[in-house]
Design a binder for this molecule. Structure first.
Ligand code: F0G
Length: 456
């Protein structure tokens, strides 16, 4: 049997507004050429993010009705806590309204100016929260992982040599914790192997540095471990996830990804002092520790969603959607980050548009071309998102210029992907005509969300 089908039927539909090419020219100009500023209704296929955009199951909708909205100690909190405890094994569990709230409170309670936080790659909100607290956020991927064309099974692995070097260079006293992001979103949604997590943990243990897992896509990572890592074949994803968390001292999570929910997050940890500090900060900013910025119904929905994300058949289907698109793109010679990520296909904008220099943002040019051509909304993960300014005020390009097509969970069908492929192909055929962009207005942090662009 070769056809992998969606392991669900559709009970409810949501109409898509089919815009014309003329309308899209107008809409993009009104959005200052930044697709974040478009109205969602003007997008045909929205691949801006896989975060909070998934479709809930019948079990989740039913669970939503069971939401206990008591302020303190609700039944929904207990369901949530038991599920998160079952998966992570952590002693202390705190809901937050989304992932970045967990990151921000972690930074607030544990990070001081002058600290250094290594990661395989920090996500943009993680980096921003750590930098806002005065820390230096370092990405420690091996060189191989920065080559989009290289096929490696665990391209999200942290470079152990670089980690040892960073500890030696900055000193243990400046490293309050080390993070590892599973899967590594900004590096192409690439997985981290269990072996790598064990090695990272071994190095950190020698120096008594805690390990914090950024667990947004832990279930997708568990699936990759099962399929690709020796010793895990046929293992239930729950067991793989439990082992993964067993090496961590704490974790932050956006439940908008592998919680299969539209909102939510958590922070979990083993250390009592960390928990006490986090709890106090949580009460001040998010809410009482048994709801942490969420409604009781959200806690119910995520408790169900977390377990559904660990269903093997669901992950087989999810991975098949990525493979379906990426294999077509590879066959057409279109440059992509290889192998396919867990939640997205990443186009390599540097290779797609070699005539546009990094500081003219080839990723933005490609993102905007996809919108104009077919109403596809993608996101740049390149110099606009990750570029920095050096001490002389010179903008420094990002090592990778990627355009992410992130797949909402259980939302689009195969014909949507066929359409997507056709649009990418059409843009590929006219790539020589695409031009770069300049930024005309930008904020200090997380500029990609709101900056304005002008075509060159
Ligand atoms: N960490 C990673 C690896 C993420 O991908 C995200 C969010 C966060 C943390 C923050 O979680 O959005 O719930 O506050 N990523 C989304 C994305 C936004 O599009 O990749 P959040």
């Amino acid at each position: 049997m070769h056809t992998i089908i969606e392991p669900f039927r559709i009970k409810m539909t949501e109409p898509i507004h089919l815009t014309t090419a003329e309308e899209r020219v107008e809409k993009l100009a009104a959005a200052h050429n930044n697709v974040f500023l478009l109205d969602a209704d003007d997008v045909i296929i929205d691949l801006l993010t896989d975060s909070g955009t998934g479709a809930m199951s019948t079990k989740q909708w039913a669970a939503l009705m069971m939401g206990d909205e008591s302020y303190a100690g609700s039944k929904s909190w207990k369901n949530f806590r038991n599920t998160v405890h079952n998966i992570t094994g952590m002693k202390h569990i705190f809901p937050t309204h989304q992932g970045r709230a967990a990151e921000s409170l972690l930074a607030l309670t544990r990070v001081k100016p002058g600290h250094v936080i290594p990661n395989n790659s920090h996500f943009d909100t993680t980096r921003a929260n750590l930098e806002f607290a005065g820390a230096l956020a370092l990405n420690l991927l091996p060189e191989d992982a920065l080559d989009p064309a290289k096929e490696l099974p665990f391209k999200g692995n942290m470079d152990i040599g670089k980690l040892e070097q960073v500890i030696e260079q900055y000193g243990v006293e400046h490293i309050p914790f080390c993070m590892i992001t599973v899967t590594n979103n900004t590096g192409g949604g690439q997985p981290v192997s269990m072996e790598n997590i064990r090695q990272v943990k071994a190095v950190l243990s020698r120096h008594k540095i805690p390990l914090v897992i950024d667990a947004c896509r832990f279930a997708e990572n568990a699936y990759f471990i099962r399929e690709r890592e020796p010793g895990y074949k046929g293992k239930p994803l729950l067991e793989i996830a439990q082992e993964l968390f067993s090496y961590a001292d704490a974790a932050t999570m956006s439940l908008k990804k592998d919680g299969l929910a539209n909102i939510g997050g958590f922070f979990v940890c083993q250390n009592d002092e960390w928990a006490e500090d986090f709890k106090n900060a949580l009460i001040l900013r998010e809410g009482f520790p048994t709801y942490g910025g969420l409604a009781g119904r959200d806690l119910e929905v995520t408790a169900v969603g977390l377990m559904e994300a660990l269903e093997y058949d669901y992950q087989v289907y999810r991975h098949a959607t990525v493979e379906y698109l990426i294999q077509k793109l590879i066959a057409a010679g279109i440059p992509v980050m290889r192998p396919g990520g867990g939640h997205a296909v990443f186009l390599d904008a540097k290779a797609f548009l070699p005539h546009i220099p990094p500081l003219q943002y080839p990723g933005i040019s490609l993102v905007n071309a996809l919108y104009l051509e077919g109403g596809i909304r993608a996101v740049e993960l390149g110099t606009v998102m990750f570029g920095k300014y050096d001490e002389n005020g010179q903008e420094q390009p990002s090592p990778l210029e990627l355009v992410r097509l992130a797949f909402p969970r259980r939302v689009y069908t195969q014909s949507h992907f066929d359409y997507l492929y056709e649009i990418i192909l059409q843009v590929w055929e006219k790539r020589d005509q695409l031009k770069g962009y300049t930024i005309t207005k930008q904020p200090q942090f997380l500029r990609h969300f709101s900056c304005w662009f002008e075509n060159m």
